[in-house]
Design a protein around this ligand. Structure first.
Ligand code: AMP
Length: 598
């Protein structure tokens, strides 16, 4: 039922009364972006006026933007680390927020190799929930009939730890899926999932994925959208199907459940779902045993209207593979969020990935923007002029700086955004990139310093062979699932006949992995979402050829620096054509959920 008559929206005719209210809310927030922002800041400052952090800057009760901007410095995680450490250790005094910190959200961004701990407060869940509640009303403007079927979403929780002071530390989505907001959400015909909560909430990733896939196969005709949070997650599900379709088909044929699934909650909920369906089992066998898996998503789930996955930012590298498996289905990037704060949503979710812009919702936090070209050098005392949400300019790039209800004040998120336009008075942003990220396959983010440290540490293993690494560069290889890091090494051996053996080179691969941050190692070990690191040794002189190539394309000889990551095809082709040997990490690096400092 279109409800123009009930409440119309400039965004389009809402699908139902609930949607009309959500769209109305978006209109109100975006029309009044600047005044909403002013109120949000005043609210945050008023309620947190007595926190140790704000008192130290002598705001003296001021809640206006001018005083705030003149007295409160911009900070990074490292600046806040001592405060966060005290909270983690059990100090319950109002340090950053007057509301008690309810838990820590563990970001995929790292500090000193470990996930950053973002303090959060209970009511932030409501704010996140509010943003989620806006997504389907917007989607319903573009896709009809989503209430006539289900969404096949591969959603997972990850391991959680406790800080010495007893607070939980876990990823934001784990926190959300385990909350009553998610677990006891009211039935919404537009938002029915094939995956039972019990499967999503199972901590064992195999059992969780197996059950979610099985349920998705049973419901194959009802599935209208297929998704995961990030593109890499959906591809991991396809890979899982490739590896497990025989067992899945056997279970469907017999109405049984793989003996590897032992989680009692899953077992009890699956008794309601399992049933023998030999016809479906035959169909799965016939489709999955075909050599080509092109369009497998639409072959198995023929009514899929779109994929719901983030393919912006680092995830853009997966677009061709997703297109291959889905026959080019639209890819909806619905929201932009982080552990620190949920930022906003895409008001045109069926747009091409290259055209995706996110509208930051002014009620979520107080947002400021550091003009990208004016990024300050470390240690510069004078705060650079930050621009308010409503004042950013179309075409310009900015770094996102946030002030949250949970007690982050003028905090650098590390994302670079470009303004593409406005919806009412609220700007819309293209996600350009994350600052300082060289390599990323899944939620891992490896920067240049981390890669350098890993190469240095691994190259020490070559000392006994009078060999050194003279140059290196890297590449995120996503041609296989899961993707993996490739590091090209040019070696200099004093005595080429006594150079390192293949076994030594494999140890170098593993040593590099041991040195990479804990998110990388968790993806490798617990999630299996990154494959073994590969070193490709290239013949001597290759990096000089690389330089010649860059100079032939206009680089300056004086300023030329070896790129520490390459993705331009002619360059990877050049490197690959000079490879003399390849080596893979022979085993998994160490990772344990409790290896955190706090
Ligand atoms: P985390 O704190 O681990 O949740 O990671 C949050 C970061 O993921 C953000 O700061 C962005 O860098 C990235 N991210 C989140 N949503 C998107 C999106 N829609 N497109 C591109 N990158 C995103």
């Amino acid at each position: 039922m279109a409800v123009d008559s009930i409440l119309s929206s400039p965004l389009g005719p809402p699908a139902c009364e609930k949607d009309a209210k959500a769209l109305q809310f978006i209109e109100e927030m975006t029309r009044n972006a600047d005044s909403v922002q002013e109120n949000v800041l005043a609210h945050i400052l008023r309620r947190n006026a007595d926190t140790e952090y704000l008192k130290s800057f002598n705001l003296d009760g001021a809640t206006d933007r001018e005083t705030f901007k003149s007295k409160i410095p911009m900070v990074t995680y490292e600046d806040l680390q001592p405060f966060i450490q005290r909270i983690a250790d059990g100090d319950r005094s109002p340090i950053l927020s007057s509301h008690p910190v309810s838990e820590f959200l563990t970001s995929s961004g790292t500090s000193a190799g470990e996930r950053k701990l973002m303090p959060t407060i209970k009511e932030e869940l409501d704010r996140r929930q509010l943003l989620y509640s806006l997504l389907m009303p917007v989607m319903n403007l573009y896709v009809n009939g989503l209430d006539k079927g289900k969404g096949l979403y591969f959603l997972f929780i990850k391991s959680e730890t406790k800080t010495p002071g007893g607070l939980l530390a876990r990823p934001v989505l784990t926190s959300y899926y385990k909350s009553d907001h998610f677990k006891t959400r009211p039935h919404d015909p537009y938002n029915v999932y094939t995956s039972p909560n019990e499967a999503i909430l199972c901590p064992d990733s195999f059992q969780s994925m197996y059950t979610q896939m099985l349920c998705g196969l049973y419901d194959r005709h009802q599935v209208l959208r297929v998704g995961a949070v990030f593109a890499s997650g959906l591809l991991r599900a396809i890979r899982f199907l490739q590896l497990n379709w025989r067992q899945l088909a056997d279970d469907i044929r017999a109405g049984s459940l793989n003996h590897k699934v032992t989680d009692p909650d899953i077992l009890s909920c699956m008794t309601r779902i399992l049933r023998p369906d030999p016809e479906l089992a035959d169909f799965i066998v016939s489709e999955c045993s075909k050599e080509k898996w092109e369009r497998i998503i639409t072959r198995i789930w023929p009514n899929t209207k779109y994929l719901d996955v983030i393919v912006t930012g680092a995830m853009a590298q997966y677009i061709p593979t997703l297109d291959y498996y889905s026959g080019g289905l639209p890819k909806a990037c619905t929201m932009y969020a982080s552990s620190e704060c949920y930022f906003g949503l895409n008001l045109n979710p069926m747009s091409k990935p290259s055209d995706v812009s996110y509208t930051i919702m002014p009620n979520m936090a107080y947002f400021e923007f550091l003009p990208h070209e004016a990024a300050p050098a470390a240690g510069v005392a004078q705060p650079p002029p930050l621009v308010d949400l409503a004042d950013v300019e179309v075409g310009k790039e900015y770094e996102l700086v946030i002030t949250t209800y949970a007690g982050l004040y003028r905090y650098h998120v590390g994302d670079i955004l470009r303004v593409t336009g406005f919806h009412n008075a609220a700007p819309q942003f293209q996600f350009v990139r994350r600052k300082n990220v060289l390599l990323s396959i899944d939620s891992d983010k490896t920067d240049e310093a981390e890669l350098q440290a890993a190469v240095e540490s691994a190259s020490r293993l070559l000392k006994g062979y009078d060999t050194s690494v003279v140059e290196y560069t890297s590449y995120a290889d996503t041609a296989t699932i899961p993707g993996h890091y490739v590091v090209y090494w040019e070696l200099l051996a004093r005595e080429p006949t006594a150079g390192p053996t293949g076994e030594v080179m494999e140890r170098c691969c593993l040593e590099m992995e041991e040195c990479l941050n804990s998110v990388y190692r968790q993806c490798r070990v617990a999630d299996g979402s990154i494959g073994a690191l590969e070193i490709r040794v290239v013949r001597n002189g290759t990096f000089e050829e690389l330089m010649d190539y860059a100079i032939s394309r206009g680089a300056s000889i004086n300023q030329y620096k070896v790129p520490r990551c390459v993705s331009f095809t002619p360059i990877t082709e050049l490197l690959d054509s000079r490879v003399v040997s390849t080596h893979f990490s022979p085993s998994l690096p160490h990772w344990a959920p409790d290896r955190r400092r706090c």
